[in-house]
Design a protein around this ligand. Structure first.
Ligand code: SAH
Length: 393
């Protein structure tokens, strides 16, 4: 067993069960890509069993802080069963959910989403990559499913020195399927969709949006960064009369159109704009349009805290425009999925946007990712999605 010795004082984060060790904290030792290593403090005290990643700044990701635990197939079986069992207890009103949320489930670098009878999986680190075959086997055993599609085509794999890879690892057949989320039917494609196919983290916020649209009687709705129209379908289910979905992806908008149809809504009267949201908002403002409800769910503007400042300006800009476009009494649901932007900072950015827009608004709810995307107390980096529901005065 290879050993990694940390520099003096660098053991603190592992002692607090934070699973990462950065390159600069290591005094000596190494291993092959994904190899299990023993991590110890400068004085030789055991800290963790971990996966070694020779190319990444995150050089070590801990599997276990228990010296007696062995990292083998039974270990992965236990962790996967625990993750699946947690979701079963959460009472999620959908046949689609995140079953494994990486570090938060004690499985760094592994993301597993379930869409009906199909699992869609990302191996994001050398550690999860190294154990890929038996993880697949144990996932099928833990879920009783037989279809598993790999979506390891994300850029973070480059940081780990890993190539992109996609395809069936178990089962075969159509990659286009449908899920039912809070009673609404949504089509998606695990091969062609973003990430693993869909944005499951917004499930409960889409339902909340439907309820608020109904409660407030919102008629004209603008769904910005709509992807496949999850919030659009929710708005229609909430009684909205006219919904415009804006996204820069043509295929996503096509799916959005089909998703309206799946739920019995004629897409005819609704808008599907293949456009840059910022430009769309500026144009709408120039034309004097207004909306009773707007959703802003942009992609990650800040990859890390280092990009927070530029990202903050971008968030402020779209929020200022959206607040101006709201009719009095209108509803804004605004989100950031940037890990580098804290909930506090996001709140300040949106407040600044309101100030610049000359608009007063009441924050009526703070929003976060659905509970199948948990955060653990030892890993604050896992907290990425934050949102606000505002009502314009
Ligand atoms: N709200 C969606 C998820 C949004 S993900 C849901 O509930 O499923 C972010 C989306 O923003 C992606 O679909 C991406 O295609 C789109 N996007 C990224 N940059 C954009 C831009 N500048 N203008 C419009 N859409 C953009």
């Amino acid at each position: 067993m290879k050993t990694i010795r940390l520099r003096e004082g660098k053991e603190r984060s592992l002692l607090r069960r934070h699973p990462w060790v950065f390159e600069g904290s290591i005094a000596k030792g190494g291993g092959d890509a994904g190899e299990t290593v023993r991590v110890e403090a400068h004085d030789g005290q055991f800290l963790a069993w971990a996966a070694f990643s020779p190319h990444s700044q995150i050089r070590v990701r801990a599997w276990s802080f228990d010296e007696a635990e062995r990292i083998d197939e039974a270990f992965f079986a236990r962790r996967l069963q625990r993750a699946v069992a947690l979701r079963a207890r959460l009472g999620i009103v959908s046949d689609a959910m995140r079953l494994v949320h990486g570090e938060a489930d004690g499985l760094p670098g592994l993301v597993v989403d379930r869409y009906g009878d199909t699992l869609s999986v990302q191996f994001l680190s050398t550690g999860s990559e190294r154990w890929r075959e038996l993880i697949v086997r144990q996932l099928l055993a833990a879920t009783g499913l037989s279809r598993l599609y790999e979506r390891s085509d994300t850029s973070v794999r480059k940081l780990e020195g890993l190539d992109q890879r996609t395809g069936w690892l178990a089962g075969e057949g159509a990659t286009e399927l449908a899920i039912t989320e809070h009673g609404l039917s949504l089509g998606l494609d695990v091969a062609l969709g973003h990430k693993t196919g869909y944005y499951l983290d917004q499930r409960d916020n889409r339902q909340r949006f439907a309820a608020l649209v109904r409660q407030l009687g919102c008629q004209r709705v603008l769904n910005c960064y709509s992807y496949t129209g999850g919030f659009s379908v929710a708005a229609l289910a909430g009684g909205a009369r006219q919904v415009t979905s804006v996204d820069s992806s043509g295929p996503a908008l096509e799916q959005a159109r089909r998703n309206l149809q799946r739920n019995g809504f004629d897409p005819g009267p609704h808008g599907f704009a293949d456009a840059d949201v910022n430009q769309y908002l500026r144009q709408a403002l120039a034309e004097g349009t207004s909306f009773d409800a707007i959703v802003l769910d942009p992609p990650k503007f800040a990859a890390s805290a280092a990009h927070a400042e530029r990202a903050a300006r971008a968030y402020k800009d779209i929020n200022r425009l959206a607040l101006k476009l709201l009719s009095p009494g209108g509803l804004l649901l605004t989100f950031s999925c940037s890990g580098g932007i804290s909930a506090d900072l996001f709140h300040k950015i949106v407040a600044g946007a309101g100030h610049d827009a000359g608009v007063d608004a009441a924050i009526v709810q703070r929003l976060e990712a659905a509970p199948d995307h948990p955060t653990t107390i030892n890993f604050p980096e896992g907290e990425y999605l934050k949102g606000l529901a505002l009502i314009r005065s």
